[in-house]
Design a protein around this ligand. Sequence first.
Ligand code: MN
Length: 202
Amino acid sequence: MDTLTRYRSMRDFAKTTEPKDAAKTQASKRLRFVIQKHDATRLHYDLRLELDGVFKSWAVTRGPSLDPHDKRLAVEVEDHPLDYGDFEGTIPQGEYGGGTVMLWDRGYWTPEGDARDGLKTGELKFDLDGERLKGSWVLVRMKGRKGERRDNWLLIKHHDGWSVDDGGAAILDEETTSVASGRTMAAIAEGGGPTPTRFMTE
Ligand code: MN
């Protein structure tokens, strides 16, 4: 089964401007990542890691923290097309994920070891080389409770030159504009303003 079947089945492309498939965006030499700030029913940050021609995706409910003591719940969601890495805008209310989406960070990621193995075993270590997030991180899958439909992971920063021991979430309050358009959430919701720049792949 096409890994994006689920993504497509959840959306009405006559109503949402989200990308339909991965037609435009080619896989890059280095693996891309993107974090989208998403003001849906509840504000969250979507972490997307390129792998095998799609974005593996997690909804990080409270957003990433630079403090290694903070374990951030990251709910695994459906794979997204690579075109989604350039999506910024507003999903209509009433549609799946209705609300404003901002390109909050983007860049490249490097898995430590084999990423497919990490996804299987439930421990994925990786480095981020973004505009805002850098250094070493890990996603750890939690043991599922009976009846849970989705896998819950924890996103944790490793100690390194990019970690901070106090106020690790301050970056979420300090960085309030799009890395692709410079717009605030309010400006994106209103529409207009600078067009988001597409990510230039290496
Ligand atoms: Mn989302």
